[in-house]
Design a binder for this molecule. Sequence first.
Ligand code: MG
Length: 270
Amino acid sequence: MTLGKYAGATDTGRTRRRNEDSYVVAPPLFCVADGMGGAQAGEVASKLAAAAVEEVDPGGLAGPERLTALIQEANRRVYDRAAADPTVSGMGTTMTVALVEDGDVTFGHVGDSRAYRVRDGRLEQVTEDHSLVNELVKSGKLSREEAETHPQRSVITRALGTDPDVDVDAFTVDTSPGDLFLLCSDGLSSMIDGDEILALVQHNREDLKATAKSLLNAANRGGGEDNITVVLFEIAEDGADTLTMPALDTAVLPAQQDPPERKHRWGRVH
Ligand code: MG
């Protein structure tokens, strides 16, 4: 098995004035990062983390160890900048990274950006949200349905940039030919449900760029209350005639003087 088609896209959404999400489509690496912090800090955080994915080569490491090392380095870059520059003090970012390697996909994950696998007409979330509402669901204090509309659903319990070290979820999942993987920021998963995501990715499997656009459009129709980012990639048979889609550029927006805006807050739940 090998990497097939892939695509990525991002949109500011309908209510935010800035796009603080970043993504990377640099096969065999794919990443989504959702930054947070006042003024431009969220953009700085997610861009620093995304740049680390493209620049850092944890030599000699593979699989979960490689992605853990990569995310630790990204965390150090965000943390060091936040410590050195008062204008971005307190910034942070989520990070969900996928590495396609020897027919398997390894994930490294911190925060509430998600990875899904679509196989045999089913959508399966392969990452666990590091969020307050997910902690409450796991401890039985909140139902899944209540979590979806909870006023604190954007509070995350882990982020890059807030501590010198970060606790990384890193794991490998098996693949089959035809598997489709989706990475997304919460601007997608909080605006449309899993059934709609599945219907849209099943609708047009031949053109993942169109699929990505349709997901952004659906999230905007659902309210567009946050920045929306999606990255899609497919697993093909060895020797399959793969058609690769060029990556859309990570959105670079003109500098604006916005009032401080915080799309996420974080806290410890222990
Ligand atoms: Mg977000």
